[in-house]
Design a protein around this ligand. Structure first.
Ligand SMILES: NC(=O)c1ccc[n+]([C@@H]2O[C@H](COP(=O)([O-])OP(=O)(O)OC[C@H]3O[C@@H](n4cnc5c(N)ncnc54)[C@H](OP(=O)(O)O)[C@@H]3O)[C@@H](O)[C@H]2O)c1
Length: 257
């Protein structure tokens, strides 16, 4: 089981406190990647709290040959100062490496006790099918993809496929890089004004309404990133309540696909 709101760490520079506050508030899924260079900071922030955390990291698309996958996982564990990754994700697919070789290396990591669950990121439906078929003993548990009010491409095929196959959709950039927070100077009139109206109706902030809208979709969880304790608290408080069907529909209409 994972919480519907986790914590992203791309370009994370907030030190331990925002992540620790998030964990305290139940945002116990922390997402990092070898590419982000934040694994060390995540490892430091979760020291003494590891039992509460669901730790997710990723192997680069350029490291998908068997030996490279094994080496990347070892390096991530070293930087995280830990001995197991809860969710190991393939960051991007790579057509120059047979998917069977990569997935078998991912399963080898599970067999060695270094990884608990296997996921992917930025995979299409066809790529998810290939990845799942290439595994013998493990399910594909998640696909981390771009999803927010302004970027809704996954609604057509990817979310339905994930629902049918018990795959969790981990929505990245759920605040459209902060532009859905109501605090941005760059605003597109119709969408943002509807977001502000809906947020006022439920006595929440636009960022909270934007995150909660993502959660109205089946199988979707979100991983907003913030360097600030206050904004982390704000983002965590997007959980534990739901927009009404009418409010979700107003937002759907205000941000057409
Ligand atoms: N798998 C992939 O290929 C991929 C790609 C991109 C991202 N990701 C993951 O998804 C996570 C989240 O995506 P993201 O970092 O691209 O974008 P995001 O979470 O949509 O937005 C982050 C930006 O919004 C600001 N922000 C956060 N909360 C806010 C709030 N309540 N009010 C106002 N501004 C707020 C942050 O600034 P402050 O930090 O100053 O608060 C930051 O500039 C990443 O950190 C990473 O873990 C994965």
């Amino acid at each position: 089981m994972v919480p519907e709101i986790g914590l992203g760490t791309w370009k994370y520079k907030g030190g331990p406190e925002p992540l620790r506050k998030g964990i305290e508030l139940g945002a116990t899924l922390i997402d990092t990647a070898e590419m982000y260079k934040t694994e060390h900071a995540v490892g430091a922030a979760i020291k003494g709290r590891r039992d509460k955390v669901f730790l997710a990291t990723k192997v680069l698309g350029s490291n998908l040959r068997r030996d490279a996958v094994l080496r990347a996982a070892e390096k991530s564990l070293h930087l995280l100062d830990d001995d197991v990754i809860d969710l190991y994700q393939i960051h991007w697919s790579n057509r120059s490496v047979p998917i069977a070789e990569t997935m078998s290396a991912m399963e080898e990591l599970v067999d060695r006790g270094m990884v608990r669950y296997i996921g992917v990121s930025n995979f299409s439906v066809a790529e998810m099918k290939d990845a799942q078929q290439a595994m013998t003993n493990n399910p594909l548990v998640s696909n981390q993809v771009l999803y927010n009010l302004k970027q809704r491409q996954i609604e057509r095929y990817l979310i339905p496929y994930c629902v049918d196959n018990n795959i969790t959709v981990i929505a990245y950039t759920p605040l459209a890089d902060g532009s859905l927070s109501g605090k941005s100077r760059f605003r597109s009139a119709r969408g943002e004004s509807t977001l502000e109206r809906v947020a006022k109706e439920v006595d929440k902030t636009p960022a909270q309404a934007a995150l909660n809208w993502c959660l109205s979709r089946p199988n979707v969880i979100v991983i907003p990133k913030s360097n600030s304790v206050d904004r982390t608290v704000e983002n965590c408080q997007a959980s534990g309540w739901s927009l009404s069907t009418n409010q979700v529909q107003s937002l759907d209409a205000a941000f057409p696909q």
